[in-house]
Design a protein around this ligand. Structure first.
Ligand SMILES: C[S@@+](CC[C@H](N)C(=O)[O-])C[C@H]1O[C@@H](n2cnc3c(N)ncnc32)[C@H](O)[C@@H]1O
Length: 153
């Protein structure tokens, strides 16, 4: 199984979160190959200086090329809240799952409508970097639930 975490963020390993990301990638390996894909370019930087709408459009443009294969799930605070067991079900029976984390201005409605699903980790707004860490832990938790591994107990 392949799981892609696709995020609007500058490339590069930050000291704070990178060790945790690597940790969850490593412990998930027996169940799935988890890859993090960071997307950021001059167009996004410029659009963020213009308006929230322009920023969202630039995120959609960068992210849409990944929608073609697999199941696509956006992380969106305003969408349906799921518990870890519901989240685990999203990973079941799929060869490829793509998760999307937006930039500072969130997603366009149009991008959300092109995804198979959109889920929330609660009503609070988390930074995209923190969402990435929480998502990595929930992916590992979900995989252990689906494989009846004791971690999730
Ligand atoms: C700084 S937040 C964007 C905030 C923006 N106002 C919005 O409503 O989406 C950046 C990204 O982190 C993710 N995110 C933040 N909080 C979240 C939550 N509680 N549940 C799910 N995703 C969240 C989303 O992918 C969001 O696009």
């Amino acid at each position: 199984m392949k799981i892609n975490v696709i995020i609007i963020d500058k490339k590069g390993k930050d000291q704070l979160y990178a060790p945790l990301i690597e940790h969850y990638k490593k412990i998930s390996k027996p169940f799935a190959k988890v890859e993090v894909i960071e997307l950021f370019d001059k167009e996004i930087a410029k659009a963020q200086d213009i308006s929230p709408e322009a920023a969202q459009r630039s995120y959609s443009k960068a992210l849409e090329k990944y929608l073609g294969s697999g199941i696509n799930i956006a992380l969106d605070p305003a969408s349906k809240e799921v518990d870890s067991f519901e989240f685990a079900k999203l990973l079941k029976d799929s060869v490829t799952v793509n998760f999307y984390i937006g930039g500072a201005y969130g997603f366009e409605r149009d991008f959300l409508s092109k995804c198979n699903n959109a889920v929330s980790f609660g009503k609070i707004t988390l930074s995209h970097k923190l969402v990435k860490v929480v998502l990595m832990e929930q992916i590992f938790r979900g995989l252990t639930i689906n494989h009846n591994h004791p971690y999730h107990k």
